[in-house]
Write a protein that binds this ligand. Sequence first.
Ligand SMILES: [Zn+2]
Ligand SMILES: [Zn+2]
Ligand SMILES: [Zn+2]
Length: 127
Amino acid sequence: MANIQNQPVLCRWGENPCGITLDDISSAGINRHLTDTHFPAGAWHDRTREACQWQVNKPDNSVQPCNTEMYMRNFGKHIATVHLRIMQKICSECGAKLSRGDALRRHRAGYCPGPNAMPGANVSSGF
Ligand SMILES: [Zn+2]
Ligand SMILES: [Zn+2]
Ligand SMILES: [Zn+2]
């Protein structure tokens, strides 16, 4: 367990975030974590609008909930794209999107097709 170099993605949902490492940061995985951990049984309704409680750092260094209102089923996708996107690194050579600085380093060291590759050509169009 020593020398963990990957930056874990920690849950920041709610006033007292659980701080659990989110190892599935797909929208479905995040929704599952929210329903399992942050919503009592029966409190999650896909088509009920709720405010996002993800804690975000404001420019004045305060930490406040995001408060964007949306259908609950959209929380996972919203968190993945809006709040976790900051974790994403983009390779300046080929435009590949990597989830972590560590992955980017590995990519640049061994897998990067270089500036001549079409940007986004190797981005899978997973549904
Ligand atoms: Zn959580
Ligand atoms: Zn949010
Ligand atoms: Zn690259």
